[in-house]
Structure formats: C-alpha cells, structure tokens
Unconditional design. Structure first.
Length: 459
C-alpha cells in the first residue's frame, strides 16, 4: 500500500487526503492548528460569516424603498450589531466546520496527527519524536499575514484579520491599510456593520488586479455609503495613541482612528520545514516552486495551496491537492489550468470573474469582443432595488467561444458558475443564448449578454 503523508490540513491538504484515501493509499495528515487550517479557522470561513452579517444589515437598512422601515425609540432607522454574539457565532461555525472535516477524514480511514512536521529527507517526515515514512509527501502548509516592521500588530488596536473575531466592540473608526481583495472585503463589511472606515490604497483605485469597470463600481458604492478612500499613498507607520491609532502615510498625511487593520499580503509557511535541506526549491518570497501537476523539484514531494503562491484561493488549493494525488497515484489527470479559475470578491455587491479579461481584448493579447449589460435594466434587479452592478461577457472574435466574464451584483459568486461552465467547456455565446433562464432572474442578464454578442457576431 502506498504511504502518503500530508503536511497541512487546509483545503489543499484535506482534499488531497480524501482523494488518496479513495485510491486506497495509507494516508496521514499532520496539522498543527486544526483540520481546515487557517482557511476554516481564521480566514475564509470566519470572514465570509462576518460578511453574511454585514450584508444582511445593509439589506435591512436600505429597504425603505421596498416599503420596510426599522425604527428605534427615537424614530430613527437603526439595526444594532451585537458584536459578542456575532463573533461567537463566527467562531462556533469555524470550529464546527473544522470538526466536520476531521470527522470525514477519519471516516475515510485517514490518520490525523496534531503537531508540527518537518522533512528529514524526501521520504521521512518528523513529528516530534515520531518518524513517518512516506512514498509520497504533500506540502500544504498555507501562509500567514505579512507584517510591516513599522506597523507591528498587537491584537488590540493594530490588527490582522485573524484578530478581528476576538474584539469586544465594533471598531468606531477603522483604518484599513491595503485595498486588495482582503482589504476591500473587510472595509466593505465593517462599513456595513456601522464603523467609520478609511481605506488606504497604494494604487489609483481599489482592487487594482480586478476588472477596472468592476473596481470603479465598487469604489463608487463604498464612497456613496460614507467610506473615505485615500488613493496613491502607502502607510509608512502605524502607532498606538492613548485611545486609538495614528497612521502616517507616504505623502505626509496622518490619519487617526480607533483601530487599524493591516491587509498587506501573505507570507508562505515554509520556514523551518526542512524543505531546502531536502532539495525542495523555494522561489521568491519563500514560496514552494511547483509545476502544473503540483510537483516540486524533488521526486515524490508535491505541494499545494497558499505555500506555492499559485493563485491563493481555497478552490485552487483544493484542486492542486487533488491533482497532486491523482498524478502521484497513477490516475489520469489534467494539469492545473488557471484560465478557468473563478474567483469572487465578497464585498457588497459582490464581484466575480473567470477567464480572460477585457484588458486582454483591448491589449490585443486575445482576439475577442465583449459586451457589458448594467443590472439596473434587469427586471429582477428592479424588483429587488438593485442599482449597482453589471454582467460582462467576453468571447472569441469569430467563433463566439466564451473566454471569460465579470459579474458585479448580489450573489455574483453564485451567478458566475454558468459563465465558468461555458469557459471550461468551451461553449459559444450561441450555446448560452439558446439556454433557458428563469424570468425574472439576475441570471437572465447572462443569457441576454450572450444574445447580444451572438447578434453582433462579425460576418
């Protein structure tokens, strides 16, 4: 029986373990913090649970035009946030998800060991005094928040997102440093919960790696709801004051707040694992170098997830882990194809995208064309009072094969699936245009966009 040892129990690790167990391997997972890893315990699951609360509050507070009004004793619109109850729920859900995943692994025959692991050589993993012999090793150790030497988190006023769920009160004035996906999500969430939010962006717009039109819509929504966005500047330092924080910016300005949330990137958890000593090559920033089937530079040693720096998403980590086991255990496998990966920014509204971008078309990298339909023309959106957002579809110029898409709107994370299927299966706009969509529905804008592209097809 093939012996598989997996270091790390996050999505890359536990999904790999399930595949290996199904293929009759002898599987051991070593995890220091709990099955599910940071994704389940401190990052993705908790943050999306927080966002669920913030989104619900926004829907209630902005429902006056639908005929609903919420009042407090002074006849003012109010929806109170119970921070302790909210955070208790978040941590309870995270623990339950971790335990559910652990239970499933054990049921499938996977041995789960709590502890810290390191490679002794390409076939031996040390966990304390124990030595685990392995035919195949998978590194899936994840990453942790990057810290600036001039803005060291203290867990009280200067924070990373892993400190948020222990806060006793909602931040009165929250300064979010970093306007990437993580910064935008938490800025949006805490603004919706009632905090006064300032977002510090080093670029000329928020979420610079996302579709420019989508980022512009979200930035406009942020500012309309009262957020302050400071662009083209960086945080040089963050220090505590008597009752809050003082952030000094690179352009000389200072910003005062009650709390500061640092969202300035991730560092791979690869230090102290014995990887380089075992011959595993690390690239820039300490990330493990892998190919498209998750192999490292050492035969029999694979890596998956955030420690590889390959599109740091839970879905990608899970697929990397599955691919690693399929390849290592002799199954047919297709290499990881990043052009078919769908992603979502869980702001309110959400931003989801997949495949080629409009910038690819404009720059000439692909021979394509696109159409953008605003959601405020969609019948269901009108019924729900949805004013912000759009559906953008991109296809190949002459064949009409769907290459990508962007959706900004409620539950865009769900709506993007149809576009993802089209990209994955190389469907054409004609295929989507001839597919029934429910009336009325937001997904109807996807089929309408396809019909628009079909009718505009060049001769």
């Amino acid at each position: 029986m093939t012996k598989v040892v997996i270091i790390g129990g996050g999505p890359g690790g536990y999904e790999a373990a399930l595949v290996a167990a199904q293929l009759d391997a002898d599987v051991t997972v070593v995890e220091r913090d709990g099955i599910g890893g940071a994704c389940v315990l401190t990052d993705c699951v908790p943050s999306k649970s927080l966002i669920a609360t913030s989104t619900r509050r926004t829907y209630v507070r902005e429902s006056d035009s639908l005929g609903l009004r919420v009042h407090d004793a002074q006849d003012r619109a109010a929806v109170e946030v119970d921070t302790d109850r909210m955070n208790s729920r978040i941590k309870r859900l995270a623990r339950a998800q971790s335990e559910d995943t652990r239970t499933r692994l054990v049921k499938e025959g996977v041995e789960v060991i709590s502890g810290e692991a390191r490679l002794v050589d390409p076939h031996i993993v040390a966990v304390g005094d124990r030595r685990l012999r392995a035919d195949i090793i998978l590194i899936a150790t994840g990453a942790h928040p990057r810290e600036l030497p001039t803005a060291r988190p203290d867990g009280e006023r200067i924070l990373t997102w892993r400190h948020l769920y222990d806060m006793e009160e909602l931040p009165e004035k929250l300064i979010v440093v970093g306007s990437g996906v993580t910064g935008a999500e938490f800025a949006s969430a805490y603004q919706s919960l009632g905090s006064e939010v300032t977002l510090v962006s080093s670029r000329d717009r928020v979420m610079p790696t996302q579709d420019a039109d989508a980022a512009e819509v979200l930035e406009q929504v942020f500012m309309r709801r009262g957020m302050t966005v400071l662009s083209k500047t960086r945080a040089e330092s963050v220090v505590r004051t008597e009752d809050g924080v003082l952030v000094t910016l690179s352009d000389g300005r200072t910003v005062e707040g009650s709390h500061c949330l640092m969202t300035v990137g991730m560092i791979p958890n690869t230090e102290g694992l014995g990887l380089e000593e075992a011959g595993v090559r690390l690239g820039g920033g300490g990330f493990v170098e892998v190919d498209r089937v998750s192999r490292t530079t050492v035969p029999g040693v694979y890596a998956a997830g955030d420690c590889t720096g390959v599109n740091m998403l839970a879905s990608v980590a899970a697929m990397q882990g599955r691919i690693a086991m399929w390849h290592a255990l002799g199954e047919a496998v297709a290499p990881l194809k990043l052009s078919t990966v769908a992603s979502t920014v869980f702001t309110h509204p959400e931003l989801a995208s997949v495949g080629a971008s409009e910038d690819d078309v404009r720059s000439g990298r692909i021979d394509g064309r696109s159409v953008t339909l605003p959601l405020n023309t969609n019948p269901r959106a009108k019924m729900d009072e949805v004013e912000d957002g759009f559906v953008k579809l991109i296809c190949r110029q002459h064949t009409g094969i769907v290459l990508g898409g962007v959706i900004v709107g409620p539950r865009a994370s769900e709506l993007i699936l149809g576009v993802s299927i089209a990209v994955q299966q190389r469907l054409t706009v004609d295929d989507i245009a001839h597919t029934f969509s429910v009336y009325p529905s937001l997904s109807g804008s996807v089929t309408e966009a396809a019909r628009t592209l079909m009718l505009a097809s060049p001769e």
